[in-house]
Design a protein around this ligand. Sequence first.
Ligand code: PEP
Ligand code: MG
Length: 586
Amino acid sequence: MSFSIHGLAVARGIAIGRAVLVASSRVDVAHYFIDAKQVDEEIQRLGLARDAVKAELQELHDTLPKDSPPELSAILEVHLMLLQDEMLADGVTHWIKDRLYNAEWALTSQLDVVARQFDEMDDAYLRERKGDLEQVVERVLRHMKGDVHMTPMPAQRRQTGARQQDLLLEDQMDVPLVLVAHDLSPADMLQFKQSVFTGFVTDVGGKTSHTAIVARSLDIPAVVGARTASQLVRQDDWIIIDGDAGVVLVNPSPIILAEYGFKQRQAEVERERLSRLRHTPAVTLDGQKVELLSNIEMPEDAASALSVGSVGVGLFRSEFLFMGRVDNLPDEEEQYLAYRKAVEGMKGLPVTIRTVDIGADKPLDRSHKEEDHLNPALGLRAIRWSLADPDMFLTQLRAILRAAAHGQVHLLIPMLAHVQEIKQTLVLLEKARHQLDVRGDRYGPLKIGAMIEIPAAALMVKTFLRYFDFLSIGTNDLIQYTLAIDRADESVAHLYDPLHPAVLRLVADTIAESNAQGKSVCVCGEMAGDPTLTRLLLGLGLRSFSMHPTQVLAVKQEVLRADVKRLEPWAQGVLASDNPAEAVLH
Ligand code: PEP
Ligand code: MG
């Protein structure tokens, strides 16, 4: 049956492929492909966990106090039975052997298949056994936790096609795959980087949720906020992801498939055309030079930044080195090597390293989410987290200072709102320098900048400029905090508006004040990479944009066509308008 699902368009383009479902689980589950050689080991790992749970349940059953209600014993028996259920065991083996899923992924995939069968049962008693099954699987997963041997995704396979059969069933060789999940953490997304997937769909997430941001950086069509997609789509369904319209078409007719195939080829031609702008300097028609920088998540991304001709890194989100590492945060040496790799990778061009921005939708560990009744976006996030743990922060500052001995490094501090936080940060930076002096370690000079991403910071930009060499406007959070819209919540995504007059006012004033004082100001939020907003930002006086490497050339095309002299009065009109979107987008 064909049907369509509507979500939010977050990463452009068309993807066509078969669905791979990543079932959600209450336990934080790693998803990765194993090597064909590891199949037996993986099946054995699962078997050991299952035996351990079996022994545990049996022990519980045998030692039940005599006066305990008979239902308790019956429940344990049901759990033991489910644990040994053939459909569960055989299915899991299939996912491991034929698809090379790691054991945890295989187990949750099969849970999803069996749970759907429970849902379809007429008998209410049997339907309710789904909950028992989930509990049993959760127990097994908990046993396996801490026993994870991560194998990176097989990056080469798609390119070479040589080992494609390792990933797919015989009859599916060379079939592109799209990933469908309830939710993917930014860390999951990062793990899927360079993977075999040609598209992503998630039930949850807003346009500038970090999951969406990473999807964009992968340059793979993606739709988030597709609500029930992971329940409606089944493994192996054919899927079209229209990343421009935010639509997912499931099991489309041959005519629709042909139409989207055509669109896909057209997009390819457009990409090819844009790539010719790679070496063209970003200068407007009236001769204004514009700096186009890249946002990166990992040091290796420096290569993509260079490949599109960006003139530096405007935002290195260092927290991606920390995520999923709750029990072993990267030490100074590991961080130093990572920052140095990014700096050397940029071959003399500047690299802006933002100190860790953990919290909100980038928790250190998904199973350690802040309590549900708290709002993590307003909690101990970014610089607040760093200042709460000075040793951790000093470690990062020393690593960045040392990396600065190898090239131009700018230090960027996220989420500042209070002068006190600025002062504490600067004191710790001085202390980090002192510690390196005492150790006799080499370090380099840094330009220090602040992110303007809380309205309070934008409103006191003059004060900020007294302390910092440069500013960088984080529009993703600035919009979230100005409009009180959780950027990760798809239910309020329609209210998340970069062109809201209040947002534009804060952005415009920050740019104008920095320019007036001769200090550099950049926009590094998603607004910078949206070509429909380039003219407006140029008209407001912005000359430095930082975005995903994949967006640089489209923005450059807009810069090359812009005449700033004419855009300036127009931009002031937009700023004064009640409905800026009408003026900018129509
Ligand atoms: C922003 O808030 O605009 C920004 C660039 O930082 P992040 O998206 O990582 O919060
Ligand atoms: Mg931010």
